[in-house]
Design a protein around this ligand. Structure first.
Ligand code: ADP
Ligand code: AMP
Length: 233
């Protein structure tokens, strides 16, 4: 299965992507994580993109498309993969379509997590992750069972917050989403690939709704979709 998970910053893409990747045995490819790793490594590309990523703007599509095109050629992607945070504009969607067609592959579904802006600000301002295993948490919605200790890997005192999760950067990132990313929803709906899921629900219910779509695809059936070009944004 080849799946794209799309939604505004803080919608729950990373949270759901980890669950989908585990359940369906496909790798989660997060361009945001890949860029943060490059920045942390201090390599040439990392230095070039650091200011862009930390400002909340998009890394040039040429760089992003090339990074994904190389990544999906890796052996672990042979039976499918889940894209989290890519594509983020129509140019990237076209780049993905071209790369898949050259490889004789097809996109199976684009799952959109729909969440309103006020909720997004609350989710992003309370977000933190474990630096050791990347498990995601929230000050209010998902606290670790033992304070300062990761439920998933047991690491103590390793929680971190993102440099771009400040109120000013969140505003930039939401504007970028509405201006540049939202147009890909119509692009995919016109190709009859878009599945919309209510991301305002609790995490388990969101997972259930995504699984309902992906289980249909995994069984070789076509999910029921509203074809057209006016998705809810
Ligand atoms: P994204 O990858 O789309 O930016 P995350 O998966 O990191 O979003 O989620 C943002 C924050 O919101 C995290 O702190 C996460 O724990 C929390 N979160 C994710 N899904 C939900 C949900 N359905 N309800 C409440 N909080 C959520
Ligand atoms: P994310 O972790 O998905 O919220 O992404 C964090 C940041 O990485 C974004 O604000 C962008 O600066 C950059 N980024 C991630 N994915 C892309 C992409 N597909 N295109 C361009 N920039 C991206």
């Amino acid at each position: 299965m080849i799946i794209v998970l799309v939604g505004p910053p803080g919608a729950g893409k990373g949270t759901q992507a980890r669950r989908i990747a585990d359940k369906y045995g496909i790798p989660q490819l997060s361009t945001g994580d890949m860029f943060r790793e490059k920045i942390a490594s201090g390599d040439e590309l990392g230095k070039k993109i650091k200011d862009i990523v930390e400002s909340g703007n998009l890394v040039p599509s040429e760089i992003t498309i090339q990074m994904i095109v190389e990544r999906i050629k890796e052996p672990d992607c042979a039976n499918g993969f889940l894209l989290d945070g890519f594509p983020r504009n129509v140019e990237q969607a076209e780049g993905l379509e071209k790369a898949l067609s050259e490889a004789g592959k097809n996109l199976d579904a684009v799952v959109q997590l729909d969440v309103n802006d006020d909720e997004l600000v609350e989710r992003i301002s309370g977000r933190f992750t474990c630096a050791c295993c990347d498990e995601g948490y929230h000050d209010k919605f998902k606290k670790p069972a033992v304070e300062d200790t990761c439920d998933a890997c047991g690491a103590e005192g390793q929680f971190k917050r993102r440099a771009d999760d400040t109120p000013e950067k969140v505003k930039v990132r939401l504007d970028v989403y509405h201006d540049q990313t939202a147009p890909i929803l119509a692009y995919y709906q016109s190709r009859n690939l878009l599945d919309q899921v209510d991301g305002m629900q609790d995490m388990d219910k969101v997972s259930e709704d995504i699984s309902a779509v992906l289980d249909t695809i995994a069984a070789g059936d076509a999910p029921k979709r509203k074809n057209g070009s006016n998705p809810k944004i």
